[in-house]
Design a protein around this ligand. Sequence first.
Ligand SMILES: [Zn+2]
Ligand SMILES: [Zn+2]
Length: 156
Amino acid sequence: MSATQTTEALEAAERVCARRGVRLTSLRRRILEQILKTDGVIKAYDLIHELSSADHSIKPPTVYRSLAFLLEQGFIHRIESLNGFVACNHPGEAHEIILMICDACGLIHEVQHTDISAALDQVAQDQGFGLTEKVIELHGICRDCQAVGREPQAQL
Ligand SMILES: [Zn+2]
Ligand SMILES: [Zn+2]
């Protein structure tokens, strides 16, 4: 994400927080900024590394608490299959999403699909299963990578 887009996304997050009466503390803001600036997934370990400076190391539990806040507010999504985080492209809105993960360039495309979401609700309901989270992660190759014949990378 470009610097301008990052700034706009941070301002949008500030507005959402103000409306909800929650605080985007400076650490939460810095973590969100780092996730916004990263193309593709960033792991918690890398965030801790990025935010720590020579004279000040950030404690992992602090980072995890901030990540939990950002997840709860819907500013970021957890990518289970890659054990990392990505910025949400339409934060502050309730949404049912599918994350399409390009295994060649690492970009993550977020799309909404209410029919699939409703179908999952139905399946869970039929099984008497109390659904708490519905995140669909699809792996593949994005359009741009297909166009240039880029190959999938081995996952780290
Ligand atoms: Zn989202
Ligand atoms: Zn790609």
